[in-house]
Write a protein that binds this ligand. Structure first.
Ligand SMILES: Nc1ncnc2c1ncn2[C@@H]1O[C@H](COP(=O)(O)OP(=O)(O)OP(=O)(O)O)[C@@H](O)[C@H]1O
Length: 235
């Protein structure tokens, strides 16, 4: 297995606060679907943001292949974020004054290896709402638009922070299935932070955080297919 991104001895302390990450080592392999779970405040988002270059650690290093992300200056870091990775968040962060199509084109304008627009919008089931503005969309449509914007530039890694957190079960399932399809079809590695144990059951690898450490890290021998999920139990 080829390591795509790795965190080494990551410590994060926010000013005047206690240490949130207490020495985290984590290697993520190419073309894998990984879930990070753990109780609230255990450091999941902080770790995700550090690996995605959105936050700098207090100490420790992040390597993307041979590139040390944590040693990049701001302009090198924004190049890395522009070309190699994408993020999707619980709150879709679409630009309100742009249509669905225009929001997605922001993603294309950042890439010289963009995926075909029509393939992506059809796959995500948003090809019939391209002319609409975010305020005219349901939560599920907004999230599928934000995923389209994130993947159209063909990133190597998609970081998802509670990407289904604001959606009902039906829409969560649809988004989850799409993320598995995106991994399979385009070889995009997924790192998905969630509280939801059912979502975790569909991952190939389940990483559990507790109090700023990785408490458990296991390969899931029999990942649940997204359409086998029976909702009702979550942590
Ligand atoms: N900018 C910040 N300044 C100070 N403390 C912060 C900051 N960001 C996060 N924290 C603290 O770091 C700890 C870990 O936060 P983090 O968001 O990484 O946890 P989490 O496991 O993702 O939690 P949740 O599941 O609730 O999103 C929390 O105690 C939080 O209050």
């Amino acid at each position: 297995m080829e390591t795509l991104i790795r965190a080494e001895k990551i410590i994060k302390k926010f000013n005047h606060h206690e240490t949130v990450l207490k020495g985290v080592d984590l290697s993520i392999y190419r073309n894998s679907f990984n879930v990070i779970i753990g109780s609230s405040g255990s450091g999941k988002t902080t770790l995700l943001n550090i690996m995605a270059g959105l936050l700098r650690p207090t100490s420790g290093k992040v390597f993307y292949q041979d590139l040390e992300v944590t040693s990049l200056n701001d302009s090198q870091l924004s190049k890395f974020k522009k070309h190699e990775i994408s993020s999707v968040f619980q709150n879709y962060l679409l630009l309100p004054n742009l249509t669905v199509a225009e929001n997605i084109r922001i993603g294309i304008s950042q890439s010289n290896k963009a995926l075909p627009f029509k393939d992506i919008t059809e796959m995500l089931g948003i090809d019939d709402i391209l002319h609409k503005f975010p305020s005219q969309l349901s939560g599920g449509q907004q999230q599928r638009t934000s995923i389209a914007r994130a993947i159209i530039k063909n990133p190597k890694i998609l970081f998802c922070d509670e990407a289904t957190g604001a959606l009902d079960e039906e829409n969560s399932l649809r988004v989850l299935k799409l993320l598995h399809l995106i991994k399979k079809q385009y070889g995009i590695t997924i790192i998905f932070v969630t509280h939801n144990l059912k979502i975790a059951d569909t991952a190939e690898r389940i990483i559990t955080m507790k109090d700023g450490f990785i408490h458990n890290d296991r390969w899931n021998e029999n990942p649940l297919r997204a359409d086998e999920i029976r909702w009702g139990i979550s942590c």
